[in-house]
Ligand binder design. Structure first.
Ligand SMILES: C[S@@+](CC[C@H](N)C(=O)[O-])C[C@H]1O[C@@H](n2cnc3c(N)ncnc32)[C@H](O)[C@@H]1O
Length: 243
């Protein structure tokens, strides 16, 4: 039986998705406020940068994987209008529901679908742009998910992976202190959920660093992969082109 990690714990591979679902079921209703608090709003700038690099055009077909509460979908929708589409997906119904309600409140209706990134229900070569923001880290079989993202892109299409990454060495100590002391406390006070925010800090440490992820994307079929470090590597944007 294969094992994998869930934060710093070792769990049976078959159980990881259930543990991850527990985290996002629990955080869904406080997700947006916690994101703003934990990152002091920086996540908005990282996402805005990803959208600029994606360079969506009217008519493009965009797939947002692990789309959660819909930040990327909301930003892409006006850029691909009037003939393009943005498909908003996530494996977690609670997150997707928060996202869909938020989009509808802003007058944006997108096709919304519960689906697992490891088994995408779309034909080969269908999308111009695929995005996954802060989602890959939570997936059990990242290689499989990356291959699926490659499969559904058209040749020349772009995958954008925005994810926490390896912070620059001089900041490591301060970042560790913040992650393992402040984040779980914020989770406890605001979301009444310390454990999920401890998982967040642990899962970031277990996620492949910039160069490892670049290699994984090359392996998954992306002929060219650029890495953009953001905020000294707290986050990295990996851009893969399907050649
Ligand atoms: C940290 S949230 C990111 C939400 C949104 N993209 C954002 O940047 O605000 C991570 C999301 O990944 C989703 N997720 C985890 N595993 C997944 C999988 N195998 N397939 C699709 N989504 C997944 C979770 O349900 C959760 O909504």
């Amino acid at each position: 039986m294969s094992q994998t990690h869930f934060g710093f714990q070792t769990v049976d591979e078959r159980d990881k998705a259930r543990h991850v679902r527990g985290v996002f079921d629990s955080v869904a209703s406080n997700y947006d406020i916690m994101n703003d608090l934990m990152s002091a709003g920086l996540h908005r700038l990282w996402k805005r940068y990803a959208i600029t690099v994606a360079h969506p055009r009217p008519g493009d077909r965009v797939l947002d994987i692990a789309g959660g509460t819909g930040d990327l979908g909301l930003a892409f929708a006006p850029k691909v209008a009037p003939t393009g589409t943005v498909v908003h997906t996530d494996i977690n119904e609670a997150m997707l529901r928060e996202g869909r309600n938020r989009l509808l409140d802003r007058g944006v209706a997108l096709p919304t679908l519960v689906c697992d990134a490891e088994q995408l229900p779309f034909p080969d070569g269908h999308f111009d742009i695929v995005t996954v923001a802060f989602g890959l880290r939570n997936m059990t079989h990242k290689e499989l998910a990356l291959r699926e993202m490659n499969r559904v892109l058209r040749p020349g299409g772009k995958l954008l992976v925005l994810e926490f990454s390896k912070v620059a060495a001089p900041l490591e100590k301060a970042y560790d202190w913040y992650s393992f002391n402040i984040l779980p406390q914020l989770g406890k006070w605001v979301a009444k959920d310390e454990a999920s925010y401890r998982y967040l800090a642990e899962s970031i440490r277990m996620h492949p660093d910039q160069e490892t992820l670049r290699g994984m994307m090359r392996e998954a079929g992306f002929g060219h992969v650029d890495v953009h470090n953001l905020t000294a590597g707290v986050t990295a944007l990996h851009v893969g082109i399907k050649c």
